[in-house]
Design a protein around this ligand. Structure first.
Ligand code: CO
Length: 220
């Protein structure tokens, strides 16, 4: 219980600090949220979405799951995406993976943990899709990091192919879907240059992003 008391004390201190900076901070947030961003990231405790991009409560809508996977039949993720795009009118959806992802590593090594293996089948699908590229790599860490990148790229495509994003683009709503990856070792985000602002762009950006992965491979 001691540990939980510490959390509650931390919270009181945090709320007090926020009020010293802006006495109306919480009052303003009770009226509405107008985030410009939706973050779809990994549940990993080392990748705290809002904190690592320096945003405040109210600035970013967030969905996190193990290995930042976007599955076409996942009602949870689709509901978040729907609310963010259709109601909150976010302008950017950021799919953010991270290097050294345990979920991606489990998918790569065929590790078995139980129920979660079924969820990580989606990452294994990515692995199988890009088996030739991955098979040409010998260093296990490089292979893992490349699969972390490929997983983000594929999830950007999955977001872009939802009825929600299709609909937004057809209506002419301004919406960009981005693929980023975070380095646990240095705290830095990297743009994977997989950004789509229209249906046409998805295919072009995907082809380029995969080609870039092959180029990186050749240089290594
Ligand atoms: Co992870």
């Amino acid at each position: 219980m001691q540990a939980l008391q510490k959390l509650l004390a931390n919270n009181r201190a945090w709320a007090a600090t926020m009020l010293t900076e802006d006495p109306l901070f919480f009052e303003k947030l009770t009226h509405q949220q107008t985030p410009a961003y939706l973050w779809i990231g990994c549940s990993d405790s080392r990748v705290p979405a809002t904190q690592l991009v320096g945003l405040l409560p109210g600035d970013m809508f967030v969905h996190r799951n193990v290995a930042n996977v976007v599955v076409h039949s996942d009602l949870n993720c689709l509901s978040v995406l729907h609310y963010a795009v259709d109601v909150l009118k976010v302008q950017h959806v950021i799919v953010c993976g991270h290097y050294g992802c345990g979920g991606v590593q489990a998918a790569l090594r065929n590790s078995t943990f139980g129920l979660i293996d079924n969820w990580l089948r989606h990452v294994q699908d990515v692995r199988h899709k890009h088996s030739a590229l991955l098979a040409s790599m010998t260093d296990e860490d490089h292979k893992l990091n490349r699969l972390c990148e490929l997983n983000v790229i594929e999830q950007v495509v999955n977001v872009s192919q939802t009825t929600i994003v299709h609909g937004a683009w057809e209506r002419g709503q301004q919406l960009a879907v981005h693929g980023w990856i975070y380095g646990l070792h240095d705290g830095l985000l990297h743009d994977l240059h997989m950004t789509a602002t229209s249906q046409q762009e998805v295919g072009d950006q995907y082809a380029q992003a995969i080609a870039d992965r092959n180029t990186l491979l050749a240089e290594r």
